[in-house]
Design a protein around this ligand. Structure first.
Ligand SMILES: [Zn+2]
Ligand SMILES: [Zn+2]
Length: 251
């Protein structure tokens, strides 16, 4: 499996970090997880064709995770690809319907198949020999974390969340955990993660992942990267990295 971070930022613009998105190459096929603004260009910058994307998995429907979904569909349509499968939380169908309502000229151009997930399900993508499971996270809207099992390797992507006991259990023994870390140490926050909140959960729950990547960085994190890593390294037995746009990982 190969993972490419496309966007490691949030709703506030930052040089070098677009909004949320990453590609997991599973069984040779790229699957897109989240598609915030800026991700469409990053797909191409990462060396993929946007028409290679036939499956989008959404953690939740906040704009910084879905802003480029319609732009990707339109780009694909312009190049003659009209089919797409979207997996997301409850409400994805209604959200997509409303978005499409606002663009008369795009109606009827795409064949989009939407699967809504409640958390707890296992699903697969057509033609890809990997299993995906999901579980709810703690965020300000319905949101899901995903665990991908491919060829004996496992990767967990949390999307937006506070550190959560159930998400840590869900991620236990994974090869890679991609967890959000929105704000620096001592930042008072709910629905998102700071390094000290992460450590508190690490002390309460057995995690045991080999590699940890932090993503979803607010501009407030700028200049606090080393402090974040030093802090986590005191408590985390594996290797921790702060992700950047276009960073690639071989799993
Ligand atoms: Zn969010
Ligand atoms: Zn977000």
């Amino acid at each position: 499996m190969k993972i490419t971070f496309l966007g490691t930022g949030v709703g506030i613009p930052q040089i070098g970090r677009v909004q949320s998105g990453l590609i997991m190459e599973m069984d040779g096929t790229p699957v897109l997880f989240d598609c915030g603004c800026g991700v469409l260009v990053r797909i191409v910058e990462a060396g993929y064709e946007h028409t290679d994307i036939g499956n989008i998995v959404l953690t939740h429907l906040h704009l910084d995770h879905v802003g480029d979904v319609l732009a990707l569909l339109k780009a694909n349509w312009l190049m003659g690809k009209t089919d797409m499968r979207i997996f997301g939380p409850q409400g994805t169908q209604e959200w997509f319907g409303k978005v499409m309502e606002t663009y008369d000229y795009l109606k009827g151009n795409f064949e989009v198949e939407i699967t809504e997930l409640a958390g707890g399900e296992t699903f697969t993508f057509q033609g890809i020999d990997c299993n995906i499971t999901c579980t709810p996270t703690i965020h300000s809207t319905t949101s899901l974390a995903y665990r991908v099992e491919c060829g004996g390797k496992s990767v967990v992507y949390t999307g937006d969340t506070e550190p959560s006991e159930s998400v840590f259990e869900f991620a236990r023994n994974a090869d890679i955990m991609i967890h959000e870390c929105s704000f620096p140490v001592n930042f008072e926050m709910t629905n998102h993660t700071t390094p000290d909140m992460f450590i508190e959960m690490l002390e309460q729950t057995q995690l045991h992942v080999k590699r940890l990547f932090f993503t979803h960085l607010y501009p407030h994190m700028k200049g606090h990267e080393k402090e974040t890593l030093d802090h986590i390294n005191q408590y985390f037995e594996g290797k921790v990295t702060i992700a950047s746009d276009l960073m690639e990982i071989e799993v």
